[in-house]
Design a protein around this ligand. Structure first.
Ligand code: ASP
Length: 342
């Protein structure tokens, strides 16, 4: 007899399972063990659906590397027992979690689909119901016993994205996520239409989970008028190993002498500076304009079209491994999990 496809739904918190505090009116997460009671129609799927709930549940604004380690641990512990995983997560930091999981889970050959909602499940007009149902169906989808989507994705408002390509761009609309530099992997309509040529292929190797994440990094977002004091203070942070520098357009920055010298000194002090663009779409091209030539000369690393979320995740992952600075710089410029195009 063929065994039933099995899915583990992992609940971390987020709006999807929140209720309003009657006194303050603020939303906070509640336990949602009873998935079938919330969405009875799930019984009509011919899948075995189990759930795992974190304790305590969190608003994803409280997400942190310790939680990521626990989440990756739940996936590793259950990896052989399930065909796919659905992670219910708040939308605020979902792109960070999807990005970091993509790096932590090396040789992932099963779907890990993150989803959530803008309106809690208990509210009549919730978007959570469809998001969960679509995510479960996608996590279960196979062709001849091979999962169709063996990667970490975000499924939201009828679209499937590569997780490490996304940003949350809207705090109000049901359409909350974009993937400015990579097309959607599937669209959900009457049928779920997968774009197989865009989806990572399974390598059938054994899952290897990387649990060490290094948090010694910072984001430096440029703006006209940023002061020397602010830039120098960031590079002077004790123990700092890397900075994600959000530059303008295709990777451009001021050419002021103090600015270039501050960066050059930081690089000499072994701090990695990764250049990502503030734009939601497009790529860093160091040297395209005069305003980025110096960055290339002093050794700023070009991040191509990686998102800030993914850059943070990738650096935490790479810095957590026993790699030399040169190796880290090399890996930053190549795609490890489909996170950049170069
Ligand atoms: N603050 C919530 C969270 O990220 C928002 C959401 O779930 O949409 O947990």
């Amino acid at each position: 007899m063929e065994s039933k496809t099995s899915i583990l739904v992992i609940y971390t918190g987020g709006t999807i399972g929140m209720i309003k505090d009657p006194e303050t009116g603020a939303l906070h997460p509640i336990n949602m063990d009873l998935l079938y009671q919330s969405i009875p129609v799930l019984k009509n799927f011919n899948y075995k659906i189990d759930s795992y709930s974190f304790e305590p549940l969190i608003d994803s604004s409280n997400m942190n590397p310790d939680f990521w380690v626990k989440l990756a641990g739940v996936i590793e512990k259950n990896y052989e027992s399930y065909d796919g995983f659905v992670v219910l997560h708040g939308t605020d930091t979902m792109s960070f979690t999807a990005s970091v999981l993509s790096f932590m889970l090396e040789n992932l050959n099963k779907p890990v689909i993150l989803t959530g909602s803008q309106i809690p499940l208990g509210v009549v007009r919730t978007d959570g119901r469809d998001n969960i149902i679509n995510s479960i169906e996608i996590a279960a989808a196979k062709i001849e016993d091979t999962p169709i989507v063996p990667e970490v994705c975000i499924c939201f408002e009828n679209k499937l994205f590569r997780g490490n390509r996304t940003n949350k761009f809207n705090a109000e609309n049901f359409e909350a996520f974009v993937s400015g530099n990579y097309p959607t992997l599937a669209k959900v309509g009457v049928h779920i239409k997968y774009k197989n040529h865009l989806i990572l292929k399974p390598n059938f190797k054994k899952l290897k989970v990387h649990y060490t994440l290094d948090q010694n990094l910072a984001i430096l977002k440029l703006f006209p008028g940023i002061s020397e004091n602010v830039v120098k203070s960031i590079f002077a942070i004790q123990g700092l190993k890397a900075v994600v520098m959000e530059t303008y357009g295709s990777g451009n920055a001021p050419t002021d002498k103090w600015f270039i010298e501050a960066l050059e000194n930081a690089i000499k002090n072994d701090i990695i500076i990764l250049n990502v663009t503030q734009c939601k779409s497009g790529s860093v091209e160091i040297g395209k304009y005069e305003t980025s030539v110096d960055l290339g000369r002093i050794g700023v690393v070009g991040g191509y079209d990686i998102t800030t979320e993914s850059a943070i995740a990738k650096l935490m992952f790479l810095l957590g491994r026993n790699l030399s600075k040169d190796e880290i710089k090399k890996y930053l410029q190549i795609s490890l999990r489909g996170e950049l195009t170069n």
